[in-house]
Design a protein around this ligand. Structure first.
Ligand code: ZN
Length: 84
């Protein structure tokens, strides 16, 4: 008997071992020559190193947003995740 319990509520950052909590992040995407910054993306953010981890469902939604933005032809775009 080890007496150990897995605690799923306190995740650890794979990079630095710091604590991860829910938050939002701004993530730049580089497509060809263009930069698209997506703000307010829901993510789990490390309190120590600031690394953000996005769920795959969030990534899917961001990618569909980026697909639509390809028609804009502006070099730098800043969009909110809510617009996706
Ligand atoms: Zn970290």
């Amino acid at each position: 008997m080890t007496g150990r319990k897995e605690n799923n509520n306190s995740k650890k950052c794979p990079l630095c071992g710091g604590g991860i909590s829910d938050g939002t992040t701004a993530t730049p995407f580089f497509i060809d020559e263009r930069i698209i910054v997506v703000k307010d993306v829901p993510a789990e953010v490390c309190g120590d190193c600031g690394e953000a981890y996005m769920k795959s469902s969030v990534v899917d939604r961001v990618e569909s947003l980026l697909d639509r933005l390809e028609d804009l032809h502006s070099e730098v775009s800043i969009v909110h995740y809510e617009a996706a």
